[in-house]
Design a protein around this ligand. Structure first.
Ligand code: HH2
Length: 292
C-alpha cells in the first residue's frame, strides 16, 4: 500500500505533504508533565490559542490522565464536564484549527463530536469501549488508534510490558488487529491513523524499538501519529529527570520519527517541534529530490 498522503477527518481533509503538529491540552489535575496547569476552562482555552498561534494544526483535548505513576480513572460525566465546555469555546474561537478529543469512552467521544471535534484519539485503540467504533463511524470522525495494553490506570505503567522474542512484531500485530476491527465496524480507511503508543505498556527499549520500526507501520498506508513529548524514555536516555525540561529530546525524537515516515506529532511544546519539523522537512524533501 502506498504511504498515506491525506487524512479525512469529518468534513476536512488534512494533507500530509508536511508534518502536522497536534498540541496537547490536558484539562486534568494529574497529567504527568503538566497536570493541573490547564485544569480550568479559561486557562485551557488560553493555552490552546497559544498553541494554535505557535503553529499547531490540531488541538488534542484530554480530560483523563494515563500517567506512568498510575492514573485515577474518571467517570464519563466528569470527563465530559472537563472537555465539553473547552471544545465548545475552541470551536468558536479557532474555526480553522482541527479539534481532537483524547478519550477511551464512547460517551465522551459522542459529546465531543457534538461540540464540533473532528478527531477521536483513543489510547486504547478502541479496546475499552465496544461502542467507540460505531460512534466514530456514524460521525465520519478521524480516529487515532494507539497501541496500548491494559486499562487506563495500568497502560502507562510497566505492568503489561512483557513481550515475546520481537516486541515490535507483537506491537504491530496488536495494532493491526485494532485497525482491522475498526474498519470492520465501519470506519473509513482514509479516516484512520495509527500510533505505536510510545511509553504505553513499554519500557524505554520497547519505545525505541517501535520508533525505529516506524517504516513498517508507515508501509500499511495509514497516517502515523507519534506521541513522544517529554516522555520517560527521553529522561532515561538523557538523565533529564524533570519532564518539562525534555523539550530538546522531544524535538530529536520527532525529527527522527519524521524521517522514518511519521507525519503527525503530538506535543506539549508546539513552537519547538513546529520549527524543528518544518526545517527537517525542508531538508528531507530536498534529499528525496536529489536522490531521484
Ligand atoms: N500519550 C499520552 C496521551 N495520549 N495519544 C496518542 N495518540 N499518543 C500518545 O503517545 C499519547 C496520547 C500521554 O501523555 P500526556 O497527555 O502528556 O499525559 P497524561 O496521559 O498524563 O495526560
Amino acid at each position: 500500500m502506498p504511504t498515506a498522503t491525506a487524512w479525512r477527518v469529518r468534513g476536512r481533509t488534512l494533507q500530509l505533504d508536511r508534518p502536522l503538529v497536534m498540541g496537547i491540552l490536558n484539562v486534568t489535575p494529574d497529567s504527568f508533565s503538566d497536570g493541573g496547569r490547564f485544569f480550568g476552562a479559561d486557562a485551557a482555552v488560553e493555552q490552546a490559542e497559544r498553541m494554535a498561534a505557535e503553529g499547531a494544526d490540531i488541538i488534542d483535548v484530554g480530560g483523563e490522565s494515563t500517567r506512568p505513576q498510575g492514573a485515577t480513572p474518571v467517570s464519563a460525566g466528569e470527563e465530559i464536564g472537563r472537555v465539553g465546555p473547552v471544545l465548545r469555546e475552541l470551536r468558536r474561537r479557532l474555526p480553522d484549527t482541527v479539534l481532537s478529543v483524547d478519550t477511551v469512552k464512547s460517551e465522551v467521544a459522542r459529546e465531543a463530536l457534538a461540540e464540533g471535534a473532528e478527531i477521536v484519539n483513543d489510547v486504547s485503540g478502541f479496546r475499552l469501549d465496544a461502542r467507540m467504533a460505531e460512534v466514530c463511524a456514524a460521525a465520519g470522525a478521524g480516529a487515532v488508534l494507539m497501541h496500548s495494553r491494559g486499562g487506563v490506570s495500568t497502560m502507562g505503567t510497566y505492568q503489561h510490558a512483557e513481550y515475546g522474542q520481537s516486541p515490535v512484531d507483537d506491537v504491530l500485530t496488536e495494532l493491526r488487529r485494532a485497525a482491522d476491527a475498526a474498519l470492520a465496524a465501519g470506519l473509513l480507511p482514509e479516516s484512520v491513523a495509527l500510533d505505536p503508543g510510545v511509553g504505553f505498556a513499554k519500557r524505554s527499549e520497547h519505545s525505541l524499538a517501535v520508533l525505529g520500526a516506524l517504516p513498517r507501520l508507515v508501509a500499511w498506508g495509514f497516517p502515523v501519529v507519534v506521541g513522544v513529548s517529554r516522555k520517560r524514555f527521553i529522561g532515561e536516555l538523557t538523565g533529564v529527570a524533570t519532564a518539562a525540561e525534555r523539550v530538546h529530546g522531544t524535538v530529536g525524537a520527532n525529527v527522527a520519527a519524521l524521517s522514518l515516515g511519521a507525519r503527525i506529532f503530538r506535543v506539549h511544546d508546539v513552537r519547538a517541534s513546529r520549527q524543528a519539523l518544518d526545517v527537517a522537512w525542508a531538508v528531507l524533501t530536498r534529499a528525496a529530490g536529489s536522490a531521484a
